[in-house]
Design a binder for this molecule. Sequence first.
Ligand code: MOS
Length: 766
Amino acid sequence: MKAFLIEESVKKLEVVGKPVNRVDALDKVTGAAKYTADLYFPGMLYGKTLRSRYPHALIRGIKIGEAEKLPGVAVVLTAKDIPGEKRFGVVIKDQEVLVSSKARYLGDGLALVAAVTEEIAEEALKLIKIEYKPLPVVSSPLEALKEESPKIHEHGNLIKSYRVRKGDVNKGFSESDVVIERVYTTQFVDHAYMEPESAVAVPSHKGVVVYGSMQHPYSTRRVVASTLGLPLSKVRVIQTNLGGGFGGKDETASIICARAALLAVKANRPVKMVNTRSESMLESYKRHPYIMRYRVGVSEKGEIKAMEINLLADGGAYASTSPFVLWRSTVQATGPYEVPNVEISSKVVYTNNPYCGAMRGFGSPQVNFAVESIMDELAEEIGMDPIELRLKNAFKNGSETATGQVLNGHVVSIRQILRKARETSNWEGKRKLYKVQKGRLRRGIGIACCYRGVSLGAEGKDFAAAYVNVTEDGGVIVACGIAENGQGAKTVLSQIAAEALGVPVDYITFLGSDTSIVRDSGPTVASRGTIMGGGAVKEAAVKVRMKMAEVAAVILKTQPEKIIFKGGMVYDKENPEKHISFKELARRCYKKTINLSSIGWFRAPEIYWDEETGMGTAYFTWVYSANVAEVEVNLETGKVKVLRVYAFHDPGKVVNPKTAKSQVYGGVAMGIGYALLEDYKLEECIPKTLNLRSYRLIRAYEMPEVIPVFIENPDPVAPFGAKSLGEPATEVVAPAIVNAIYQATGVRIRSLPVTRDKILKGLKER
Ligand code: MOS
């Protein structure tokens, strides 16, 4: 099987690599696609959540009597009505579907109401009486670490810490000609997906069916089942069309599904819950703000001798995926460079801010901003071109990472990418041109690059499942545990199935995610959809094809190894005039009672990580990227206009140039927001903005020209060589912009987002 799959990955591709239209495009643009909020069931009720009035408070009592009496109210529930586990959490079970004795942030839920209309449910919330005892808040991670600060959880305010030690940093610094130390900070960021969280729960078969907007139906199933005290098999989770996730609809986002399910089972009626935008912005988890101290030493020739890195992240009220996010930040903190001496210490802590978790990049946008900024600051110090300095230190095949992983088994393409970036963007010409400028508007060009571990690494068990069924008329039904999050998974996985079966892509019908059809495949996160889901789909399809090849060999009077599947036809390789159509072959297989369905199971290669020493194989393979940004800054107003972003990515193999480009366009839009606009501000743990008017996202007319450039080095482990793109697309946009702003203005901004005020202040101090 293995040998068979490897041979597959090098053949000439017919469907993979082609700009196939998205299979869900027409439904989405015509409005035919149904989202969770569009679902209606007979007798359906509407659920609402009562949330805490204080970011930190003891709950002394909850009185629901008045609410229950309101006509139209079916049920009112509090924590004591939860039949199963009260707590949940991906790594640490520190979160409650409804809090029982203590609220730890403003988004915490205290009670649920289901009523015949949304208005009545909201009215009922107002009738619930809560007796609070407000507690002092912990509003920053620095405060959280102080001995005298309140303890947010019984186990203290530290969620997780890591250390990486390699070589001897003191020796490295003493060998350096230049040593600089800088602090960089980043902000809270909301995912701002188009569709707020939503769920519809329908009681069924002594269990429940949950329809919802989630990235990870299997973890939703886990949380719903444990909350209700049901076996997994009695909870069926069906993913509805999803209006964006970006990491924000991962495991801990299943809270809305668990609440809807609780209400539905208690009321014995379907219950719909849809968060408003402000509920979403209040309750949903955010991208972690980081405080990052970097000390880096280089020789005058630009060889990095040592990096000492200290990371402190605000995890907010609950742990969620914080330990995994921080782990990725830690192992990737040095950037794609050979550093002989490394010391990294990292911590993520509890505060009474909104809890933080997965968001596109998953711990990389923060450290990439820091390391790629300090690389530019170092280049300036030693008078070297920023790309030259990066090329001097960038990984090669066989290089060793900060955690001692030797990069082999795939093409380490970061140098190839940097050279391509230099050439394509006319880097040298523009750097020179922008050095001499006069007047109010100043332009600059900047670069940033990265390497990214593919899939989960030590974050979890890495596998995916798929199901392929060829019907008797030659149609192909495909299902996979990987979810369509709007990223194009259905299309890309359909192409992989079509390629493996040698049929046109319109033969494929791709089913949505349903936990009762396909085995748990892990979360659709970590840019793992194509490599893991594709691996599983391909294996299932190849198994079916091998069965069909045996029947074809009998019909065409040859051996199964000589049978070729291509363009919906099945040939004898040596006598192509001997052929049969795929559809006819499927019919013959059916007559012969051959089972043309298979399960594919793809497992990532083993990795090894030692938490004590911080050493190990962090990820089984890696991808490499660089962005070049050109900006124009108005020296009078401080306004930054991004003119152009070149995005260079090596995803292994581009399965679909259209969906790949759209990943890049969206990633750049998010990256610009991170760099210049988005800031979820809080004061004493109370958010200053709960709408998308004051929480500024980039608008369509503000988008610059985006030029995606793909460099392909197929990975032998991956299906047809295809690895990852989703998160790389966004994770080096901000530092490229910040570096370009520096060239334009001489102002170095070390805290995101870059506002006009920060630029004007910098210009004054220059
Ligand atoms: Mo993600 S941020 O791994 O969905």
